[in-house]
Design a protein around this ligand. Sequence first.
Ligand code: COA
Length: 155
Amino acid sequence: MAEIKLIHHAKGAPGLRLFGLGPRMRPLKGMLKLKRLLDDHAFWAHGRSKKDLETILANSSVVVSLWKEDKMIGFGRATSDSIYRAVLWDIVVANEYQSKGLGSKIVNALLDSPCIKKVERVYLMTTHCSNFYLQMGFKVSTQQTLLIKEIEENN
Ligand SMILES: CC(C)(COP(=O)(O)OP(=O)(O)OC[C@H]1O[C@@H](n2cnc3c(N)ncnc32)[C@H](O)[C@@H]1OP(=O)(O)O)[C@@H](O)C(=O)NCCC(=O)NCCS
């Protein structure tokens, strides 16, 4: 079976964002592959444009992607102030590769990155996967309330 490679991208993922680089710095249309992965396996990120994905990568503190040969099979990113707070975003593993420890590998790679490993607290929002994060040491918050303000488009 082909090896599965985890890539720690540089801050803002310039190689992936600007040149579509995958493993061994090969140009593999990485942004199209990221779009396809999110469209197919991440219900909250379905239909995001390539341009918007480039912007969120540019503004992410940590980005990791998981590849099997030329195929992107997993992804995760985080924003962090490096001292107090970090938030994990867009953690996804393609269906056919789930339940093999790859989701945990992505989360651990994010948590171990220099700008996250010393923060006081890491936040994470999930709709259906709390059990996954509970078994990774996250706890359900009983003291805080999640508040959301929807910002209208073109305000
Ligand atoms: C959540 C996700 C990243 C986990 O990836 P994974 O590679 O399957 O995770 P691991 O193999 O490291 O861990 C699997 C364990 O996590 C738990 N788990 C995984 N997915 C779960 C889910 N959807 N609901 C509840 N528990 C889940 C189970 O305990 C599972 O163990 P099992 O396979 O023996 O039952 C993956 O299921 C996924 O991409 N789901 C779709 C996208 C998504 O909803 N992402 C979460 C955004 S917050």
